[in-house]
Ligand binder design. Structure first.
Ligand code: GLV
Length: 332
């Protein structure tokens, strides 16, 4: 019997392609050419599954043009590149890659917080530029991490990982804001206290954003929220571009209305707002929070597990809309 056909839309580990080839006829994009919508649609003809990363948008147009498609498996925990409602309506399963990246991403959130608060990259640029000629008492004086107040907006698994690092590792006073309050045992494990968003913004020394992107979370931090923050505070975004109004943030940084920011994600990435590139008090990284080899491999294998599990046994590992498909009896 011929193997079912799938598309791997971006370059991934060769060993993962080899694994998928045992189960499927794989059209892979190891050249890593970014596929625009027409190219994606063309490559998806006759394919029952697609392995996506956050850069491929799966919407009603793509679904209408690709009637053979049964599953889209994202190699990311975030899935704002998927129109899940349109996928459910079309009977297409959506899966993401949660859990396997939690600790790695929490590590990076902390790395970015520390680099930002202690001005690590700014001072390195100064040194590399040959500007370091003498010691001075206030050279690159930043803000303390130990004993300070850490405010986390979005207290899912990654937010909790950051809270634990802050509370247990650095003796930070941890406050958080979330759609819902955590139960008491989780709050105790994280040593974290629930507060309103305004209180968090007014009192935190370091505000870390870990909320999923949606229309509701668009510009969670804009000019009004930045104005509430302490002038000594730092803002860290490891969530998604669009959670922060990058133009408003660049103004706040330039005018020193907050001390500094650390950003791993950007509105319209890989483009970065030009004003962010000209302010010194921001640490900029290219969406690498989950980027360690073991974690990226685990994410790629989880996306593959979903493709194999669903297409061979109707058993996806981390489905997003299985209940919707089952309720409507829509699964293809
Ligand atoms: C990365 O941003 C992810 O959502 O996994």
């Amino acid at each position: 019997m011929p193997k079912p056909k799938i598309l791997v839309a971006r370059a991934i580990f060769p060993e993962v392609i080899a694994r998928l080839e045992k189960h499927f006829e794989v059209d892979s994009n190891q050249a890593d050419k970014l596929l625009g919508k027409p190219e994606l649609i063309a490559r998806l003809q006759g394919k029952v599954g697609v392995f996506t990363t956050g850069s491929e948008r799966i919407d009603a147009d793509v679904l209408a043009a690709c009637p053979d498609l049964k599953i889209c498996a994202n190699m990311a925990v975030g899935y704002n590149n998927f129109d899940v409602a349109a996928m459910s309506a079309a009977g297409v399963l959506a899966t993401n890659a949660p859990d396997v990246l939690t600790e790695t991403t929490a590590d990076f959130g902390f790395a970015l917080l520390m680099a930002t608060a202690r001005r690590v990259t700014e001072s390195e640029h100064y040194l590399r530029a040959g500007q370091w000629t003498k010691w001075s008492f206030d050279m690159f004086a930043g803000s303390d991490i130990h004993g300070s107040t850490l405010g986390i907006i979005g207290m899912g698994r990654i937010g909790q990982g950051i809270a634990k690092r802050g509370a247990h590792g650095f003796g930070m006073n941890v406050i958080y804001h979330n759609r819902s309050k955590l139960d008491a045992s989780l709050e105790a494990a994280c040593k974290a206290r629930y507060v309103g968003k305004e209180e968090l913004l007014r009192t935190a020394d370091h505000v870390v954003l870990v909320v999923p992107y949606s229309a509701a979370s668009h510009h969670t931090i804009g000019a009004a929220e930045l104005a509430l923050m302490k002038p000594t505070a730092n803002l860290i975004n490891i969530a998604r571009g669009g959670i922060v109004d990058d133009a408003a943030l660049a103004v706040a940084l330039r005018e020193r209305r907050i001390a500094a920011a650390g950003l791993d994600v950007f509105e319209g990435e890989p483009k970065v707002h030009p004003d962010l590139l000209t302010v010194p008090n921001v640490v900029l990284t290219p969406h690498i929070a989950s980027a360690t080899v073991p974690t990226r491999l685990a994410m790629a294998n989880l996306a593959s597990d979903n493709l194999i599990g669903y297409l061979e046994q109707n058993k996806p590992v981390t489905p997003l809309n299985a209940a919707e498909l089952a309720a409507k009896n829509l699964a293809k």
